[in-house]
Design a binder for this molecule. Structure first.
Ligand SMILES: *Cc1c(COP(=O)(O)O)cnc(C)c1O
Length: 487
């Protein structure tokens, strides 16, 4: 499979198509677009049928195979999937739980950091290692996090020979559980930086490092944010897994997806393009409802970011949405580029009626505010004794508001473990969720991170010193890492 950029002009021709290996390392296309497959592979009904009964790693390898086959051979792919999902502490990896008649919860929080991002990142870390080892190269992964991505990325990259990872988080502005999941990891190639600033400041620092091309090339910077195609496609596997368990291809299913950057729900779209019978993808948003507004009106317009009880969805511009726009524009990269230019310059754009109709054939949107989120957590707890996290609750609430087709099972994605967001859960139910055994002593573990001001020069010096140490350059001691070390 070769890949195109969503902003690539149609007449650019096949010579600009990139391999899976290239787009894995590059992350973002040089023209600012996102990578998408040149064509959609298709699973026949019999092909889907054959997936029934496979265990999760085997099924994931089968779903991924057409996307990576030129670069990673089948046995290696399945081996990496086995290792990745062996890190999960539920035998089913992604267990389905029945909530009520035709209502299901797909638990995606049994990975090392208790959120669905482990599904993609555990595999991504292994893909990186596999490809880099073959090329004899190293990468320094740099990223900013407001919560779940940072810890999932650190767990995925820890102790990997070909990678160093530096994660920036806004000092004092992420939850204690989230911070400790990053800062208590003891691995020589993991470096946490607390920045005196906001999440936006952290993101701006990361962006500035990538835009400093000399710095970027010298240090071989890599990214693991959700625009990486490998992350998206790895997530498509659990849509297939759940649908097949509930009777696909003979029976169609629907999904409710707590949404921020549109990565997870777009993975559902990929599953649908593969041939999985998906009747509806319900995009659940919190008050940051740009996608729900788009699906209601056809207008995609930025608003200011509001903080909510579901912080991993506090996003206004949903990066992966560009991939859907590309399809709605008939895969015309020039048209996508023009729309993205207007988003930048004018804060938004509107699509034509037929484009909106095409989106609505599969997607529907629903906005859930904090009060409804708490009420949903409380109601489900009363009815079933089960605790859900506030992100998951937005999906469950959207499903309750928008879905009543008795012939089509509705699968709500449980994107995080309730113990990751204990304050909101306790506020809703009076019950404080406990961390699973593997993280039970998290609050007692020793933390390691450095604190730096919101200054590009200081952050670059830090990244430089750590990357040099990792590649056997100046060495960790001699490299004099900037910033003080906090134990
Ligand atoms: C990242 C995240 C989301 C949002 O997923 P997107 O792919 O950004 O739409 C939802 N819930 C949780 C718990 C998350 O960590």
């Amino acid at each position: 499979m070769r890949y195109l950029s969503t902003r690539q002009a149609r007449d650019a021709g096949g010579h600009r198509a990139a391999s899976f290996e290239d787009i894995l390392i590059a992350g973002l296309a040089r023209d600012g677009g996102l990578f998408v497959p040149e064509r959609w592979p298709r699973l026949s009904a019999e092909g889907i049928q054959e997936l029934a009964g496979l265990d999760y790693p085997a099924l994931a390898a089968r779903v991924l195979e057409p996307f990576v086959a030129d670069d990673i051979e089948r046995a290696a792919l399945e081996g990496m999937a086995r290792e990745a999902y062996a890190q999960f502490d539920h035998a089913a990896v992604a267990p389905l739980v029945q909530l009520g008649p035709n209502r299901w919860l797909l638990e995606l929080f049994h990975g090392p950091t208790l959120a669905f991002k482990d599904f993609a990142l555990q595999l991504l870390g292994r893909f990186f290692d596999h490809v880099l080892a073959r090329r004899g190269e190293r990468l320094t992964i740099v990223g900013a996090t407001s919560g779940d991505t940072g810890s999932a990325a650190i767990e995925a990259c820890r102790d990997r020979d070909s990678l160093s990872i530096v994660i920036l988080h806004p000092k004092g502005r992420i939850s204690e559980v989230q911070r400790r999941q990053m800062t208590t990891v003891r691995a020589a190639n993991v470096h946490n930086l607390a920045i005196d600033g906001t999440f936006d400041d952290c993101q701006a620092l990361v962006k500035a490092m990538f835009n400093d091309l000399a710095f970027r090339d010298e240090l071989k910077l890599g990214a693991v944010n959700s625009i990486n195609w490998a992350r998206v496609v790895a997530q498509s596997a659990y849509y297939v897994y759940a649908a097949v368990a509930l009777g696909a291809p003979a029976r169609a299913v629907a999904f409710a997806v707590p949404t921020g950057n549109f990565g997870d729900v777009y993975a559902g779209y990929v599953a649908s393009r593969l041939g999985l019978p998906i009747k509806r993808l319900l995009v659940a948003t919190n008050p940051n409802d740009i996608l729900a507004r788009f699906l209601a009106s056809g207008e995609y317009r930025k608003d200011t970011v509001r903080s909510s009880l579901s912080p991993s969805m506090d996003i206004q511009v949903a990066s992966n949405f560009e991939r859907l726009i590309f399809e709605l524009c008939g895969r015309d990269g020039a048209a996508v580029g023009a729309l993205m230019g207007r988003l930048q310059a004018e804060g938004g754009f509107a699509l034509a009626a037929e484009q909106l109709a095409e989106a609505r054939a599969l997607f529907a949107g629903h906005r859930v505010d904090d009060e409804q989120t708490l009420a949903t957590i409380a109601a489900l707890h009363r009815a079933t004794g089960r605790l859900i996290d506030p992100h998951t609750a937005t999906g469950v609430a959207a499903a309750a508001a928008c879905w009543d087709d008795p012939a089509v099972p509705m699968i709500c994605l449980a994107t995080a473990h309730p113990a990751k967001f204990p304050d909101a859960v306790e506020r809703a139910t009076g019950v404080r969720p406990t961390l699973p055994p593997r993280l039970a002593d998290l609050m007692a573990r020793e933390e390691h991170f450095s604190v730096l001001p919101n200054e590009l020069g200081a952050v670059q010096a830090f990244v430089c010193a750590r990357a040099a140490a990792a590649s056997g350059g100046t060495g960790q001691r001699a490299g004099q890492p900037a910033g003080k070390r906090v134990a």
